[in-house]
Design a protein. Sequence first.
Length: 172
Amino acid sequence: MCEGLRIALEHAKDKRRFIVLEGMYAESLVARKLLENGRVVEFHAPHFDLLVDGKHRVEVKCGKLFEYSAGASFGKGNQIKEKKFDYCVFVIIDEDNYKPVKFFVFSANELEECATPRPKMTTPDTPSILFYYRDFEEFKAESERTGERIFDIERTLHARPEIFENRWDKIR
């Protein structure tokens, strides 16, 4: 399923039409990783994407890694504020070939400040977002340009990515 969705995305002529497939692709990648780790995974519906071991609500966010950055959008932050999930996996995929680049695993508590809107760094309809930049200096420059702050969780993600990258053991 993962490979089929990746191929469909890679060959799609109008990428905007296939945004739903990107989410399904990311969810299938996360499900596969969890299954490989001996977990029981069920695909779910809103307000979270996967139910792990019958009790852990996992939200999956997909961001394409463009020239400088990728983002995990939380819309207006309601999923976080209303505690709709226990864990979030931010899947970063390559913008050209859709192959997964990174998997970052967060607890819902670690993402609380991401419910804070930063509309100048993104679009007005999705102001609550977590960013990953290839180069943290580019992120700092964007923050200065827009006047929006960098969240503590983003500083930690860039300084110590090993706290989050492939940390499937956090989902317990």
